[in-house]
Design a protein around this ligand. Structure first.
Ligand SMILES: C[S@@+](CC[C@H](N)C(=O)[O-])C[C@H]1O[C@@H](n2cnc3c(N)ncnc32)[C@H](O)[C@@H]1O
Length: 435
């Protein structure tokens, strides 16, 4: 039996009535205080060899680090507590020690369910975490731990990769994290910098990107993020995005993880300040003042055809509409023709859908029009035409529209459900390295 299967069996043993954990001990006797106080972590370490744990940075906080992280936290201040790399729940468990109790342990568990959220690659970890949290609730109610009263894993506990699992943050949420520390390849749009970087920096960066204002963050991270010259950009971005309460070194993590750590405490800033965070994502350009805009490269206008109003007395030409222009795709030859009496547009150019809400994941959804045309364009589309007349510049603009910084920039500048010529013309051209 491999480590993964044994781990799943161990998680089953903690949550099923009458089952035996692989150590051979009775569940009830192991669960009591031992389960809450670290027995679960000892079992995971026994079942998963260190070399397997290193791949995804499975080094749990333990109660000492968890206490150090949570001790200054004002539990009352935050509505929910989310650990986006939760492991077996050391940090959430520490928070639950301070959460209020309801009349019965069942009601307490239900109330906590609403205030907690977790993500981890391994579902078995989340099941262990949830079992520990429920065991803690029963213990705090001075009851014997009874696994038959355990509730199923809440929907807010999601097994998956943080980078692809939805994490919806609201103002008033508090992130508590001890992210994995192994090195991983940073995406091209990361402001941590290109190449292999600490996964911890990328995890923190990732969660902050989707955080609205007034989201708390407490994170145990490698000290190099606080002190290393190669993480200067990361710290700069952090300072612009967050009010940092403290970022102090705390020495060695200990155990079998040979690394110095620091604790970061911060709160995301208000939206007004967020603009500078967006700008900060391209610090070099901002400081030299050379940031180009779409309007520096292209002319921008609204498609001139207003269907039902424009006369259909002209010669037939390729006709582009929001329906027949594939998002992020290219059009070479017309799939539709029309005879509207309207200004014609020569290719190549880019069209962007005007309908675009801050709720959309991507705001400037574009299509490359490669064919020379000339084309008729419907007024539900914006036409972005490069002055160079080249496909290369069209592709550059599309890449820029795909960049997450464009979404953030537009979300700040235009809250209504339609993109305007002015907004698209003013979108900055982001640094080519990062875009
Ligand atoms: C350093 S441990 C910390 C666990 C827990 N927060 C604690 O304080 O004990 C990091 C955890 O992140 C999880 N992990 C690693 N990469 C992940 C990813 N991309 N998405 C979600 N979880 C991940 C690992 O499975 C591991 O449980």
């Amino acid at each position: 039996m491999n480590g993964e299967t044994r781990l799943a069996k161990f998680a089953d043993a903690l949550t099923k009535k009458g089952a035996k954990p692989s150590s051979g001990q009775d569940v009830k006797s192991t669960t009591d205080h031992a389960l809450i106080n670290g027995h679960a972590n000892d079992m995971v370490y026994k079942l998963l060899p260190r070399k397997d744990r290193r791949v995804h940075g499975v080094f749990f906080s333990g109660s000492t680090w968890a206490r150090a992280l949570v001790e200054q936290l004002n539990i009352e201040q935050w509505s929910r507590f989310l650990d986006p790399s939760a492991g077996t729940g050391d940090l959430l468990l520490e928070i639950c020690k301070g959460l209020p109790l309801e009349e019965t342990s069942t009601l307490t568990i239900k109330a906590w369910e609403k205030r907690l959220g977790a993500i981890d690659l391994r579902e078995s970890f989340l099941r262990i975490a949830w079992a520990r949290i429920q065991a803690l609730a029963m213990t705090r109610h001075r009851e014997t731990i009874d696994t038959s009263h355990f509730r199923p894993l809440p929907r807010s506990f999601r097994a998956g990769n943080l980078f692809t699992t939805p994490l919806t943050l609201h103002s008033g949420d508090c992130l508590v994290m001890n992210p994995p520390y192994q090195r991983m390849l940073a995406g091209r749009d990361s402001y941590v910098g290109a190449g292999k970087r600490s996964a911890a920096a990328l995890h923190v960066e990732y969660v902050l990107r989707s955080a609205p204002e007034n989201v708390g963050l407490i994170a145990l991270v490698p000290d190099v993020l606080r002190s290393g010259s190669s993480y200067k950009g990361f710290r700069e971005a952090l300072r612009n995005r967050m009010e940092i309460t403290s970022f102090n070194g705390h020495g060695s993590f200990g155990g079998d993880a040979d690394i110095d750590v620091a604790i970061l405490r911060a709160v995301t800033k208000s939206l007004a300040v967020k603009v500078s965070a967006v700008e900060l994502l391209t610090p070099s350009q901002k400081s030299t003042g050379t940031l180009e805009k779409v309007a520096d490269l292209c002319s921008v206008g609204v498609g001139p055809v207003v269907p039902h109003r424009t006369e259909e007395t002209g010669r037939p030409h390729g006709y582009l509409t929001a329906r027949n222009s594939p998002i992020w795709g290219a059009v070479e030859t017309p799939t539709e023709k029309a005879r509207f009496e309207a200004r014609l547009q020569n290719g190549p150019f880019v069209v962007v859908r005007r309908t675009s809400s801050p709720k959309d994941k991507q705001r400037a959804r574009a299509t490359l029009v490669r064919g020379k045309g000339p084309w008729l364009v419907e007024n539900h589309l914006l036409v972005i035409s490069p002055r160079s007349g080249t496909i290369k510049d069209c592709q550059k603009i599309i890449k820029n529209f795909k960049d997450f910084r464009t979404d953030e920039w537009l979300n700040h500048h235009i809250r209504c459900r339609h993109l305007t010529v002015e907004a698209i013309a003013s979108v900055p051209i982001w640094d080519g390295e990062q875009a």
